[in-house]
Unconditional design. Structure first.
Length: 305
């Protein structure tokens, strides 16, 4: 086994990327993959970075992953066979079994097998210093809780031998993970995030930070808004033009005020909150680069800039 790297001293209040994994979770559509790509790209400037994802759920946003990031799809059947190969003596004796359809069926009926292999692969890489930084484009909120419960359940089941030893290390690993929740400036995602935080507390866990996606910052300066308001009052506009301009101004005011309101609300949950921008034009390479620069300005990421 390779010698473990000495851990770098990290200022309080920031993420200890040098020792821990980052798991990104949240409800579908809240920006998990976007944040994972932005984080992985940012971290890759400082060292070797692996971005993991379940092989069955590749995201189209992976086209924006930096060439310096190792994109790793986790295939649970492949990883299970690799684990058997590492742990079992006389592997040649077991080889016909792990290649058979019986093994595939056997693995699917074991409760928590998929989650165990998923978590186990990432723990094993971290434990053996496969990279400097690790990001997992994670499962939805409900499944991530199950993922954390599996190794503990395995230890409590009475299993013995080297597998138990690994599971105990995996239990410890779950408490070292930097869990980041992605969410939106909307009431339903807020309620779901608050509920998830309570579930984590009951498990003895807590998120490290909350990422508020689609956060709107004003595109018009105060001077520009006053100019638009003056045009609406005094300008020689047609009725249709006046209506459209008024709607655009109302739309911007709503997006801005709503984003500010939810930034305050999420901050009241007691965790660090950082944001990703709302993009009217969609996501492209330029947008991703701007988010990378923005994220490094957040207090918990500032030591990476």
């Amino acid at each position: 086994m390779r010698t473990r790297r000495s851990r770098v001293q990290i200022p309080p209040g920031v993420l200890n990327f040098f020792a821990l994994f980052i798991f990104v979770t949240g409800k579908g559509g809240t920006g998990k993959s976007l944040l994972s790509v932005v984080l992985a790209n940012s971290l890759s400037r400082r060292g070797k970075t692996i971005l993991y994802f379940p092989s069955a759920f590749p995201s189209p946003l992976y086209e924006f992953v930096s060439k310096n990031v190792v994109l790793y799809p986790i295939d649970y059947e492949k990883e299970a066979k690799e684990y058997v190969k590492i742990k079992l003596k006389f592997f040649l004796f077991w080889f016909p079994f792990v290649r058979s359809s019986i093994f595939r069926v056997f693995s699917k009926v074991i409760p928590g097998f998929y989650e165990l292999i998923l978590l186990g692969k990432m723990w094993y890489d971290w434990y053996n210093n496969a990279a400097d930084f690790y990001v997992f484009d994670g499962l939805p909120i409900g499944q991530i809780v199950s993922l954390f419960r599996v190794p503990k359940a395995g230890v409590e089941s009475g299993i013995g031998g080297p597998v138990k030893d690994d599971m105990m290390k995996m239990v410890d690993f779950t408490y070292k993970i930097n869990l980041i929740i992605t969410t939106l400036p909307e009431i339903l995602p807020y309620e779901e995030t608050r509920e998830f935080v309570e579930i984590l507390k009951n498990e003895g866990l807590k998120p490290r930070a909350i990422c508020l996606n689609k956060f709107y910052t004003r595109k018009l300066s105060d001077y520009e808004r006053k100019w638009v308001e003056m045009i609406l009052i005094e300008g020689k506009l047609k009725k249709k033009e006046r209506k459209q301009l008024s709607q655009l101004l109302d739309f911007e005011n709503f997006l801005y005020e709503n984003s500010q309101k939810f930034l305050r609300v999420y901050s009241e949950l007691g965790f660090d909150v950082f944001t990703l921008d709302f993009s009217i034009r969609g996501i492209d390479h330029d947008f991703v680069r701007k988010q990378e620069e923005k994220i490094l300005q957040s207090s918990i990421f500032s030591h990476l800039s």
